[in-house]
Design a protein around this ligand. Structure first.
Ligand SMILES: Nc1ncnc2c1ncn2[C@@H]1O[C@H](COP(=O)(O)OP(=O)(O)OP(=O)(O)O)[C@@H](O)[C@H]1O
Ligand SMILES: [Mg+2]
Length: 233
């Protein structure tokens, strides 16, 4: 469904991605693991068109989408829930959700809103509340719910568990599994490698802008390198 081939991304003279190649098949949950600064968010930005490529190609559903605008990618179902949530704190929960459906018709939004409310009942209960007054976990659910409002085929989640208490983290990962069961393909970026690998089919390890390891989630959970560097064992 998604294929990156030798992707290079620069910020001025800094090369953030040196050579990133990986694939995501339809229906999978694929995780990108990596330390701070490895280039995980940059990879997400490159896929969504928020950052232009300096080299390489990105293919989606067998089309070269390397030069597509973010808007065109969103229209084709590539949707990001960004690092740090980026919700609009003064707007209500419902208004934030509606922003996620900005390219879709009112009727389509109404239909998806029901699905999102089934996934995240708290977002229905709190629909009139200012988003900035939600708890951290609720804000994360709002960020994922807002991405779901765009009806993603490929949902990109950048650090959905960051800063959340262990119990909430469990909820978030459970929800990601549910989202996949609904037919959405998921590319996940996580520092919480263990929880991410447990719900993933496959994973890649990114180090200073390069993919250094690939395998099934089970293989990576058992790998010495991953255990030492990312699982604290
Ligand atoms: N806007 C920017 N301008 C210059 N350099 C940047 C910019 N954004 C990121 N970088 C650099 O690119 C590299 C990769 O950053 P990126 O945010 O992709 O890492 P990350 O893997 O998401 O890290 P984290 O786990 O901390 O979120 C880092 O060295 C970072 O300093
Ligand atoms: Mg990041």
């Amino acid at each position: 469904m998604l294929r990156l081939e030798h992707v290079v991304v620069n910020y001025g003279s800094i090369q953030a991605l040196r050579d990133v190649s990986f694939t995501v098949e339809e229906g999978e949950i694929v995780t990108l693991i990596g330390s701070n600064g490895a280039g995980k968010s940059t990879t997400m930005r490159a896929i969504t068109g928020l950052k232009e490529l300096s080299g390489g190609k990105i293919y989606y559903e067998d089309q070269d989408i390397s030069g597509w605008t973010t808007r065109k990618k969103v229209e084709h179902g590539i949707i990001l829930s960004p690092e740090g949530r980026q919700i609009f704190p003064r707007f209500s929960v419902l208004e934030n959700l509606k922003m996620g459906g900005y390219l879709r018709t009112k009727a389509q939004c109404e239909e998806t809103l029901q699905v999102v409310h089934e996934l995240f009942p708290i977002l229905k209960e709190r629909e009139g509340q200012a988003a900035g007054t939600l708890s951290g976990g609720e804000q994360q659910m709002l960020a994922v719910g807002r991405a779901m409002m765009g009806k993603p085929k490929l949902l990109l989640l950048d650090e959905p568990s960051l800063g959340l208490a262990p119990l909430i983290v469990k909820d978030i990962f459970h929800l990601i599994k549910q989202i996949r069961e609904m037919g959405t393909t998921v590319l996940l970026v996580e520092q919480n490698a263990r929880s991410a690998l447990k719900i993933s089919d496959r994973a890649y390890v990114l180090e200073t802008g390069k993919i250094v390891l690939a395998g099934t989630a089970g293989e990576l959970l058992r790998s010495d390198e991953v255990q030492k560097a990312y699982l604290g064992m």
